[in-house]
Design a protein around this ligand. Structure first.
Ligand SMILES: Nc1nc2c(ncn2[C@@H]2O[C@H](COP(=O)(O)OP(=O)(O)O)[C@@H](O)[C@H]2O)c(=O)[nH]1
Ligand SMILES: [Mg+2]
Length: 256
């Protein structure tokens, strides 16, 4: 089987790094062969030991110093510089002969979503064997407009990369069940979501919002969100099942 590239994408602090770590741990307990790649040049602390770490080639503090840039400018420069090292990263990955590659992307999602280098990264890793896990921060998604904004971000990412995408809610252990149920209701019933949006703001934009939601539904962006927790490990099996469904027709590759 070809190796499968799993890119974890989401807003800053949505839990990408934590989920990469938790999913790797879960895969290890299932005897699945997996490696991790850190593509965030700016991260200071990682809870896991990445098998491949972009900071070996591109380091935020060094770019700040050498180019006389502040942290924001340097983040952008780093994102653009990633591309010059990506062939090397790919060669290293190939040496591992592993089945799954979990890719932790830069903290600020726009660095991954909007810089051209990330498209090149996906091409280099192999578009046909890549999938996106889109992380939705429950603290953003708990208001109806925050929820729709997350959907729109998912649509943007889908539009930009043209890859299969799986929506997960992170940090579910930090949420009251009631709040999770509400998010679930919005993600499974367009009518419920529209009703809540209507209550939030009764203005001329509502009609536009509803039209937009229909488009998202047609694009299959509007789908149930799967709750996950890096803390308790819930939702890991669902992520794995989604990946298997995509690439191996649902075949379970876990050893007996
Ligand atoms: N309780 C809890 N905290 C989490 C979870 N996932 C992430 N966090 C915390 O949320 C913060 C941001 O997580 P991080 O993985 O660094 O997000 P990133 O910026 O998207 O990589 C950190 O303080 C994590 O410890 C989770 O599932 N449960
Ligand atoms: Mg991170």
């Amino acid at each position: 089987m070809n190796n499968i590239n799993v890119f974890f994408v989401g807003t800053a602090g949505s839990g990408k790094t934590s989920l990469v770590y938790a999913f790797q741990n879960w895969m290890n307990t299932q005897s699945l062969d997996v490696i991790t790649v850190n593509l965030d040049p700016g991260v200071e602390y990682l809870p896991y030991e990445p098998d491949i770490d972009i900071r070996e080639w591109v380091s935020l503090p060094e770019i700040m110093k050498s180019h006389n840039l502040g942290p924001n400018g340097a983040q952008i420069a780093c994102a653009d510089l990633l591309v010059f090292n990506i062939e090397r990263v790919k060669k290293l990955i190939d040496k591992y002969k592993t089945n799954y590659i979990l890719i932790d992307t830069p903290g600020q999602t726009e660095l991954f979503t909007f810089r051209h280098s990330s498209i090149r990264i996906v091409e280099t890793f192999g578009r046909e064997s890549s999938v996106l896990i889109f992380l939705i921060d429950p603290f953003i998604a708990q208001t109806p407009s925050g929820f729709v904004s997350e959907l729109l971000l998912a649509a943007t990412i889908q539009f930009r990369f043209g890859l299969p995408i799986f929506n997960v809610i992170t940090k579910s252990d930090m949420m009251e069940q009631e709040a999770l149920d509400l998010i679930e209701a919005w993600s499974t019933s367009l009518e419920t979501l529209e009703g809540t949006l209507m209550d939030e703001s009764k203005n001329i934009h509502s009609q536009l919002n509803f039209e937009l939601l229909r488009v998202l539904q047609d694009m299959e962006i509007y789908r149930p969100f799967t709750p996950t927790s890096a803390e308790t490990g819930s939702g890991m099996e669902e992520i794995y099942n989604f990946i298997q469904q995509l690439f191996d027709g649902g075949e379970d590759l876990r050893p007996d």
